[in-house]
Design a protein around this ligand. Sequence first.
Ligand code: PLP
Length: 410
Amino acid sequence: MTGTGAAVRRLTDWDAARLRALADEFETPLYVLDLDRVRENAARLLAAFPDADVSYAVKANATRAVLETVRDAGLGAECASAGEVRRALDAGVPGRRVRYTAVNPPARDLDDVVEASRGHDLVLTVDSADTLDRVAERGYDGRLCVRVNPGVGAGHHEKVVTGDAPQFGVPYDRSAALCADARRRGFDLVGLHAHAGSGISGEGLEAHRELVRRTSALAEEVGDLDFAAVGGGFGVPYRPEEPPLDLDAVARATREAFGDPGARLAVEPGRYVVADAGVLLTRVTAVTETPETTVAGCDAGMTTLLRPALYDAYHHIRSLAPDAAARESVRCLVAGPICETADVLARDRPLPAPARGDPLAVGNAGAYAYEMASQYNSRPRPAVVSATGDPLVRRETLSDLTRLEARVEQ
Ligand SMILES: *Cc1c(COP(=O)(O)O)cnc(C)c1O
């Protein structure tokens, strides 16, 4: 049996010699995933929310090994696309534990999910009256859920606050009418869904409570529902001095605000399950002293870890050089191999004086890292390995880059 582990795993808790050995064996950049830590995070969530449905938001990390691990732990799968539904089913998540939550769904997504629903009893969530019509046109007759825009948001950055952004879900005051309409048209309406964005922290609890209260009130009004999902967004500490999320306090606040609307509470964390289970390993390729800063040029950047460029996100960085502790601390710009000013992992960051060839570890790279990786600049995407050195996703090769292309000249 897996325990629930510590509330957080810091970058300094990873064994430096082990990470160095993985960097040597598999080369960099490299994502390392500790599946035991994924298990602990899943177990901690289940312990905090004992009677809730806990589903994993697949978009945080859709690697097969992660999906198999959370499936075994007893989590369902919350999917944002037809591709994620496919991955969840392929990984053996039972269809009845799979939910697809549409955001302005492309036609192909709906075609594929409706098709998948014929063999699997999954839940399809619609985000608008139009989506409901489009699902009806495709003859969907499976379980249905309605995504509500709760009108309250929470998030660590404006780009991840979705709760009151107009593009996510049916406006709150029109939701009950849409639910009634769906029932009148014969749909098997089983749930409501709301998600306020990412970044529930100690301070974010009031917005979270409000979202849960509203979702619960609506569930009671609509009546006869199996579940009401109140989203994910459980924060993790990205900075070393930040305290871990008090998960029990979040669970208590959620329970209190939820009350008893006659439907089961559902939560769907992504980041919380995988973030601290992963690190990104990179190597210093060049060190340049400039009048302003020391530039540590690395073989990883915005195409391997987009969050710093996209959200100005902080990711902790640790030198894995064996003599790091003996080196003087200097303020560094940790930059990647791409000719873009945004291609930066950290600015003005104190690090043990970097030297060419040093391996570096970047923390909290289990969530939204590999998922957001790209081949921009025609660089193959890195490999993913387990903490015990099992290959989980192979490194792409140069021939993978052109695999899909037609040749126009014979
Ligand atoms: C992204 C997302 C989640 C998970 O968010 P985290 O911050 O990773 O917990 C849950 N539900 C929906 C609908 C989402 O879009």
